[in-house]
Design a protein around this ligand. Structure first.
Ligand code: ADP
Ligand code: MG
Length: 489
């Protein structure tokens, strides 16, 4: 059950997210300026982004297609007619004095994302809507003691705001949702999901209430830019709100900021100071009208998404659900997996072994070298070959780890590495029998002790044969041969 308990009884948590996702596009929403990240300040600021008098916005149709694709990928309804509105506020990094957004009639209504909840049950997190808006610029206050600087590179960049219903019941669920959303957007190639660079950030709405009662007053925490911070902020906020209610006070509806250095949230502005944005329809833009054929064309470009892929991986390769979801969560990982499996002719029994080695050893190597799977030094085909070598008992799993390390370092094929190092397992019964006989002949006393009941000496003999064969004797065969040659009298 999703509740927490304090000395005064049970509490339920309610969370709704407003996720800002930067649209993947070479140019901005209403100007042709570049969206490239990491260039020098104001290099990407056009006259439109700087709001020079006399300039007018022109809608970027690729950005619209991206939002439309996102809506379809998230199971929403794309509206054939939507409108842009002005949200008025004054800030130094907003030269227009207003943000163009979609307040009354967004481009996408509804939709949902499927997640697995704590009990392992599939749960839908419903979306309220997705709207488009332009990003603001950035004020820089730490470069001079007396001046502030403005960088308009982000000004006008297209954002999608994905607003959920208050459907999440714990910090973990909110984190799972955000991960899943990120995964889908990356599959769709409509947002890179890079939270470090600010391409994805979330405003987190949190409230608490007693079970079977109405929802509590929500607090909005602005601009959370990591999944870890999301969880810390929710945990802090839940505890703070419960304490307030337990001491007979009321939670104020307000906007708060999360301080990642303390793990706490603090007031940014209360409801009373809430701005009046004086929304009104943007007069410089006509209504956004889409045709059904355009929507259908975009629908045809949607790739197999993570849920469908995970189901297919389970069905086609008999993978457990856990493996299938992990492999499917990133398109690049799934592609690597399937290419590796193709290269060994989709051997069904190899599927689980391959998954183990990717999730375990390969992920560890990628982590250690701080690489993505696309930058992997080991190719999918070589990974497939390695799995075949293990499966056909050419090498043991233990030696396979050394082989993989060398594959990473040298980019050589596992076959060549095994050959060059003489790492092939000895699987011939006769060869192993010879070594076993030699060892037993060397330790006649121990053989007698064993036959008198000191059974744990079995391990000693295994060790000695392994020493003799440089660790290359196939363990199962060795066990078998040793048992045959060591009858207990
Ligand atoms: P408003 O109309 O005041 O902006 P919305 O209903 O649009 O509020 O909700 C904004 C966000 O807050 C949504 O993500 C929604 O899911 C979330 N939310 C609404 N009510 C609650 C609540 N009681 N507790 C937590 N989150 C909530
Ligand atoms: Mg709202």
């Amino acid at each position: 059950m999703n509740y927490i308990e304090t000395s005064t009884g049970k509490w339920e948590i309610v969370i709704g997210l407003e996720v800002h996702a930067q649209v993947i596009s070479n140019s901005k929403l209403f100007s042709s300026a570049s969206t490239k990240f990491g260039v020098s300040p104001n290099e990407n600021a056009s006259l439109i982004d700087a709001a020079f008098p006399g300039t007018l916005p022109v809608i970027n149709s690729f950005c619209i297609d991206q939002a439309l694709k996102t809506g379809l990928g998230l199971n929403g309804k794309v509206n054939l007619v939507s409108f842009f509105d002005r949200k008025n506020y004054f800030y130094a990094d907003l030269p227009q004095g207003y943000q163009i957004t979609q307040f009354y009639h967004p481009i996408v209504s509804g939709g949902y994302v499927q997640i697995e909840d704590a009990a392992g049950e599939t749960k839908r997190i419903n979306l309220d809507h997705i709207h488009m808006e332009q990003d603001a610029g950035k004020s820089i206050h730490d470069q001079s003691p007396t001046k502030s600087f403005i960088d308009l590179n982000r000004s006008g960049v297209a954002l999608m705001e994905i607003v959920t219903k208050p459907d999440m019941k714990s910090a973990e669920e909110a984190a799972t949702f955000l991960r899943k959303l990120r995964s889908i957007l990356r599959y769709l190639k409509t947002c890179d999901g890079n939270m470090d660079e600010g391409s994805m950030r979330a405003d987190v709405n949190v409230s608490v209430h007693r079970p079977e009662t109405e929802y509590g007053t929500r607090v909005e925490i602005k601009n959370i830019n990591s999944i870890k911070f999301l969880m810390t902020a929710v945990d802090f906020e839940v505890e703070r709100q419960i304490k307030i209610i337990e001491s007979d006070r009321k939670v104020e509806q307000e906007t708060r900021l999360f301080d990642s250095s303390t793990g706490k949230t603090k007031t940014m502005r209360s409801k009373e100071d809430a701005q009046d944005y004086r929304y009104f329809p943007e007069p410089d833009l006509p209504p956004l009208i889409l045709t059904q054929s355009r929507i259908d064309a975009i629908r045809n470009t949607i790739p197999e998404l993570p849920d469908a892929k995970a189901i297919r991986l389970q069905r086609d390769y008999n993978l457990p659900s856990y493996d299938a979801h992990l492999i499917a969560s990133e398109k690049e990982v799934a592609d690597f997996y399937e290419r590796a499996l193709d290269s060994i002719k989709k051997d069904e029994n190899a599927a689980k072994l391959l998954s183990n080695w990717i999730i375990g050893e390969l992920f560890a190597l990628l982590n250690k070298h701080n690489k993505t799977i696309e930058e992997s030094s080991v190719s999918p085909e070589h990974m497939g070959e390695l799995i075949l070598l293990i499966k056909t008992n050419v090498i043991s799993g233990k030696i396979a780890k050394d082989v993989l390390d060398l594959m990473w370092k040298t980019q050589e094929s596992p076959d060549n590495i095994v050959e060059a190092n003489g790492w092939k397992q000895i699987t011939s019964f006769d060869a192993i029998k010879d070594s076993v006989k030699e060892v037993l002949a060397n330790y006649p006393d121990k053989v007698v002790e064993y036959q008198n009941g000191k059974e744990k000496l079995f391990g000693f003999f295994v060790g000695e044969v392994m020493k003799k064969t440089n660790g290359k004797a196939n363990p199962q065969i060795l066990n078998e041969v040793l048992k045959k040659n060591l009858p207990i009298s």
